[in-house]
Design a protein around this ligand. Sequence first.
Ligand code: GLA
Length: 556
Amino acid sequence: MTLTNIFVFALVGAAVGIPGFAAGNSGEELALTPPMGWNDWAHYQCEYTAQTILTNARALVKTGLAARGYKTVTIDDCWMQKDRDSQGNLQADPQRFPQGMKALANAIHSMGLKFGIYEDSGYATCGGFAGSGVPNGGGKAHFSQDARLFASWGVDYLKLDGCNVYIPPGSNKVKARHKAYSAESAALKATGRPIVFSESATDCCRFDPYYYDVLSWVGQYGQLWRIGNDVATFRASHPDRPRFHSVLWNYAVNLQLGRFQKPGNWDDPDFVIGGDSGLSLAETRSQMALWSMMSSPLNLSSNIGKLSSEAIAILGNKQVIAIDQDPLGKMATLVRRTPVMDVLFKRLDGDEYAVAVLNHGSSTIQVKLHPVEFGFSTNKACRLRARNLWSGTHSYSSLLSANVASHDTEIWQMRASSSCGVPTRTGAIVMVVPPGKHWRQKHPNERHPGIQEYGRCLAAPGHVGACTGAAAERWTVTPEGLLKSGEHCLAVINGKVVMQSCSTGSTEHWKYNLAGNLIDSGGQCLSTSDDKDRVQSLSIQTCGHNPPNQIWSLPN
Ligand code: GLA
């Protein structure tokens, strides 16, 4: 076993969800709150020049978005030539960047902004340009040489993609990426310049068992990592094509990955395309509210100069950004999921909380939320003092009520009166199921299924199925590792999963690990009977290598 393997084993083996985990990360001092900025990709793809970048940088300053925190301007793929120069250095495309990269970096820095750039851990970028990784067929990687070049240009942020990674004989796609990302991390550190490192956890292993292996170690090397699929890009030939479904899909995927996240280490569900064509203002509010509830990086990717004043007000909403940038860096908990609505709850620093309600259905919904749903006590005197962050209206009541328009998301910041007590970890327990064979056969070209395709809810007394929002889907995770629904606890008796009164016997204690397994006192995993698209019964089985019927996401 190598040193690295021992570390990974220790991390994966540690019980993490109850009450949380603290893994060492050498990059902790960088990106202690989620990075914010702008990137050209989702709007321009390869159709840009230095002028495009500078125009957007100026627009960030002029609109006031930079002052709100959107400071890192990153140039994505296609900035370079296909080949290196005779010294092996990367070369910027002279058509797009006639003054070179250093001049552009200087111009961006002189606006008080930071400068980010894109590369790839393979032999070629996703667009086919020179990558930093091992050449196809083997040879010497260029991580150190490229990192030195980036540092000499004044790069502050590197997005390293995961396309075209060469896998030498005896290695595999996970090991090859592990080696590449650790080499890049070391190369960036060796430059002596603080450079935020954004990795990709998607390209090799999205939705296969190795996904969770990659997620278990990316945080050791970088500050953020892409998950999910690419959000739908703007196409000039089809400017109004709807893009919200791609936002919702990445949200659904990201929401289940809270255990990998902490200050200095962020899951990245991709760009904020709110404000651009293909998203309405309601959908723009939704993306901002959802990304902020998840403490996600806020990298805008639109034509900033073309944003409407309404969109700028949404993207620049100070209070919503403060929810995103909260120093605890928590992922929201899914409190309730119905076929059209998600209710989220997030703990903030200083006894404050945030709540959001997403309506992804086609008509307005009325919602009433009781403190007990967020894990507060059932004491009748409990009152919530809430401020709606879009309308600015205040309420002080024993419940939170609202009308949420189709595709909109309401978001509140709130305090609870002392009789509410401290909230327990309460919400849905979701089995993360990637879209099944049947769904993929029906939709061969669709990369962004609906929210309901991704997670299924654990319901008392003991089955897993489509989330309905019923009270039986509400669980409390206690500090001792009990999974409680009402007055009953999930337990294992004679190898069977049952609900029984909570006596805190060892048959009811569960450990939660980074892979997302719930492990009983006998060391076996809470599983569903099979992985077909229907209601499933619970069973206890030997823990496998991340099979989908053993991956769970708990309230945070
Ligand atoms: C991948 C990434 C995108 C973008 C493109 C560039 O698809 O996920 O964000 O960087 O490559 O080619």
